[in-house]
Design a protein around this ligand. Structure first.
Ligand SMILES: [Zn+2]
Length: 144
């Protein structure tokens, strides 16, 4: 239950927080504040854009959501808080999740050798930016 997830993080489970959290969890496109707002206002017309923005920021603060910076320097929200990478399509700003444990392990091992003093690494995430080779096709990640 959503209210339990919020409460577990020490966040009061207000009806608005529950609605906005659920909307973010059901939107896998890494939405903007406006996109979340547009989805919600169909069913909850009294929620304002400012409330959606404030609530998304609170969810990030309480580690219930993440922010992804885009090519044009704005932020998008991510309901997936586990470490993962992103592929960003430059023309469309489409953000695709890219899970690759091998890259994570390689980077951790590489960075461990560097003996970076006084830094405890808490997150490693890579943004792979690119353009579609064929605009008519979707990006497909062939896992092996
Ligand atoms: Zn993501």
């Amino acid at each position: 239950m959503t209210w339990e997830i919020l409460a577990e993080k020490g966040l009061k489970a207000t009806p608005q927080r529950i609605i906005i959290y659920d909307a973010l969890m059901n939107e896998h496109s890494h939405p903007t504040t406006e996109t979340v707002y547009e989805r919600i206002k169909v069913i909850h017309p009294t929620i304002s854009l400012a409330t959606v923005y404030k609530t998304l920021e609170t969810l990030v603060e309480y580690q219930l959501a993440d922010k992804v910076s885009t090519v044009e320097g704005t932020y998008r929200y991510d309901g997936k808080t586990e470490d993962h990478h992103h592929i960003i399509i430059e023309e469309t700003n489409e953000i695709i999740d890219f899970d690759d444990q091998q890259i994570k392990d390689l980077l951790k091992a590489h960075l461990a050798q560097k003996n970076i003093e006084n830094l405890k690494i808490t997150n490693i995430s890579i943004q792979i930016r690119g353009r579609k080779i064929d605009d008519s096709k979707t990006i497909t990640i062939n896992k092996f």
